[in-house]
Design a protein around this ligand. Structure first.
Ligand SMILES: Cc1cc2nc3c(=O)[nH]c(=O)nc-3n(C[C@H](O)[C@H](O)[C@H](O)COP(=O)(O)OP(=O)(O)OC[C@H]3O[C@@H](n4cnc5c(N)ncnc54)[C@H](O)[C@@H]3O)c2cc1C
Ligand SMILES: *[C@@H]1O[C@H](CO)[C@@H](O)[C@H](O)[C@H]1NC(C)=O
Ligand SMILES: *[C@@H]1O[C@H](CO)[C@@H](O)[C@H](O)[C@H]1NC(C)=O
Ligand SMILES: *[C@@H]1O[C@H](CO)[C@@H](O)[C@H](O)[C@H]1NC(C)=O
Ligand SMILES: *[C@@H]1O[C@H](CO)[C@@H](O)[C@H](O)[C@H]1NC(C)=O
Ligand SMILES: *[C@@H]1O[C@H](CO)[C@@H](O)[C@H](O)[C@H]1NC(C)=O
Ligand SMILES: *[C@@H]1O[C@H](CO)[C@@H](O)[C@H](O)[C@H]1NC(C)=O
Ligand SMILES: CC(=O)N[C@H]1CO[C@H](CO)[C@@H](O)[C@@H]1O
Length: 499
């Protein structure tokens, strides 16, 4: 919660149309705070399994108000969860866990300045939200979103999640206002998100181009600058050992590896697929992902087969060569299928991009080299991909890409491997410490970071100014720390404040 508190705070002070509506509880009547007793809660990859004092599944604003009242009366703290895709311990509590997935209504309004806004209850999935907007007359859409569409609105806002569109920065930057429920009888900015109002726009289309080309031929700062400046967003990937060739005298040769580049460009051209064709495509993509995942999962037991398996999958994946199709924006944005049964390890770190883009190339090559170094030692820590996305900074205080200069670009590097891949933490730790050291880079709050050595002291130092600003607000508005119930975050904050 602490993270979204600061998002709320920043939303309030930083932008034009942003306002916060507060529901305070003056009455004592508790109508609908019915806990589900003796229930456990698990996050998406099953790594977090908790048995809180009580779990609530509210379905209306009044329920939220009553839960906060009950917590006050019983001296309990509160944490929230939505779809549970967060891998770090943000939702962990021994007290009250409020799962907001039953809050899922949407209203659309005309807005004098933005044309349209849409208010989504906290627990609606991005997919359902986007479908309602798509079917509206006129069809509407949010500007940018995370790769998966199964996440819930409050989950992506609270963690400062982001998509690919360069100008869009993080999802909280798309908000006009937010409605929260606060502690009983006190004026507070801190609490449970009930709903969020997004600026929305008429549905737009994106041409999505997939290019595959030798890394040595393509990867240089000038090419990155050129595609970034001529597109609305880019993603590029390193798919490990994709040039592996077991018949070659030198089977593992990085000079044969390709880069996979996705380029998104806004267009008025007609879409390439009907909605029905898209549904079929998604279904076959889903089956394909499950098959790929089964093969990759075998690598947990048999890591030496990694180059063979990843190269076999790559050859299949790229067998049609470059492709280019036009989609409605949400379909391009969520080009990865959100298959809930597939479980990964993830770490994402964002560093500031050099004005000449050279450090993106340096780090891409460093990561590749590190994977080949590990391979020589018989270790294969990564079997899915490394994804690079470049987006503008934000003034949201606790974001990992906070910067007062809105023109500064950050490169998010996302590492993905099958859950339980051997040597994963050893590899991820080396990357994280290098990025911390070279760039004062910060990890994505929602992915894995708590295993990195001394990460709490490090974060309390590099976020020190932002935390001090934030703490002034928190102390004033949540003096009993009702919504500040998480050890990792407490550690980071207390280290800053003690020093
Ligand atoms: C496979 C995968 C892909 C991902 N892709 C991306 C990506 O493309 N870009 C990106 O930036 N991130 C990405 N993430 C991270 C993801 O966006 C976050 O984990 C996000 O929080 C998931 O949403 P959720 O609904 O599952 O939230 P949850 O994990 O359920 O909740 C996240 C946190 O939000 C807070 N919260 C939730 N609801 C409320 C509420 N009503 N009030 C107050 N606080 C609340 C809580 O602190 C909670 O711990 C990815 C994660 C995975 C696993
Ligand atoms: C929950 O567990 C406790 C202790 O095991 C038990 O006393 C109580 O009856 C259980 N409650 C419900 C609703 O099952
Ligand atoms: C509330 O709980 C905290 C921590 O569990 C405890 O230290 C405090 O004494 C409690 N306060 C009351 C009034 O029970
Ligand atoms: C694929 O795209 C790259 C980058 O634009 C280009 O250089 C290459 O020639 C393309 N390949 C084919 C087979 O068209
Ligand atoms: C793999 O290497 C062999 C031997 O060098 C070569 O003949 C073959 O074409 C290579 N395969 C691919 C797919 O490049
Ligand atoms: C490489 O993978 C393929 C497909 O899974 C498998 O058939 C083949 O036996 C593997 N080769 C080696 C050398 O492991
Ligand atoms: C790729 O894999 C799919 C699913 O396993 C299979 O149907 C298809 O024939 C393969 N394509 C190529 C070119 O190997
Ligand atoms: C008050 C507190 O520390 N609450 C929880 C925060 O998260 C940790 C795990 O990271 C739990 O063990 C705590 O109970």
């Amino acid at each position: 919660m602490i993270i979204n508190h600061i998002f709320l705070f920043i939303l309030l002070i930083s932008t034009v149309c942003k306002s916060i509506e507060v529901n305070s509880n003056n009455g004592l009547l508790i109508r609908s705070a019915i806990p589900i007793e003796n229930k456990t809660w698990e996050n998406w990859n099953g790594e977090i399994h908790i048995f809180p004092n009580a779990i609530f599944e509210p379905s209306a604003l009044e329920d939220l108000i009553d839960i906060v009242k009950l917590a006050k009366i019983n001296n309990k703290t509160i944490r929230c969860a939505a779809q549970g895709h967060t891998i770090s311990s943000l939702s962990v509590t021994e007290n009250y866990l409020v799962v907001v997935t039953n809050l899922n209504k949407v209203t659309v309004q005309k807005h004098p300045k933005y044309g349209w806004t849409a208010t989504a209850e906290a627990g609606i999935s991005l997919s359902d939200f986007e479908t309602i907007l798509r079917n509206y007359d006129p069809p509407l859409t949010i500007d940018s979103a995370t790769s998966y569409n199964t996440f819930r609105v409050s989950g992506v806002i609270a963690t400062g999640s982001h998509g690919t569109k360069t100008s869009s920065s993080i999802m909280p930057d798309q908000l006009c206002s937010i409605k929260i429920v606060i502690g009983s009888g006190e004026v507070s900015l801190l609490g449970i998100i009930y709903s969020a109002t997004f600026r929305v726009q008429p549905m737009y289309k994106l041409r999505m181009t997939n290019n595959f080309i030798l890394i040595n031929e393509w990867l240089n700062p000038k090419n990155i600058k050129t595609i970034l400046e001529s597109s609305d967003g880019i993603e590029f990937y390193y798919w490990p050992f994709n040039g592996f060739n077991q018949s070659d005298p030198n089977p593992l040769d990085p000079n044969r590896d390709n880069i996979w580049i996705i380029i998104l460009v806004r267009t008025d051209e007609p879409v390439s697929f009907t909605q029905q064709q898209l549904e079929q495509l998604h279904e076959s993509q889903r089956q394909y992902e499950i098959q790929q995942y089964e093969l990759r999962s075998s690598l947990v037991q048999n890591p030496e087969a990694t180059p063979n398996i990843t190269a076999t999958l790559w050859n299949n994946f790229t067998s049609n060569g470059n492709t280019s199709f036009v989609y409605q924006a949400p379909d391009a944005i969520h080009h990865e299928v959100s298959e809930e049964s597939i479980k990964y390890e993830l770490m994402e770190i964002a560093f500031k991009v050099d004005p000449d883009f050279s450090n993106i190339v340096t780090e891409y090559r460093y990561i590749m080299k590190l994977l080949y170094d590990f391979a020589r030692k018989g270790k294969f820590p990564l079997n899915v991909y490394v994804k690079f996305r470049i987006i503008k900074s934000t003034e949201t205080l606790l974001s990992n890409i906070f910067n007062k200069n809105p023109e500064v670009l950050y490169c998010h590097v996302n590492f993905l491997t099958v859950l339980g891949t051997p040597s994963w933490e050893e590899f991820a730790e080396l990357i994280a410490l290098r990025f911390f050291d070279k760039y004062k880079a910060k990890p994505h709050w929602a992915k894995e970071w708590e295993f990195i050595p001394n990460v709490r002291s490090y974060l309390s130092e590099v976020l020190s100014d932002q935390i001090k600003k934030f703490e002034k607000v928190r102390e004033k508005y949540d003096p009993d720390k009702i919504f500040f119930d998480n050890k990792s975050l407490q550690d980071i904050f207390s280290k800053t404040l003690d020093s």
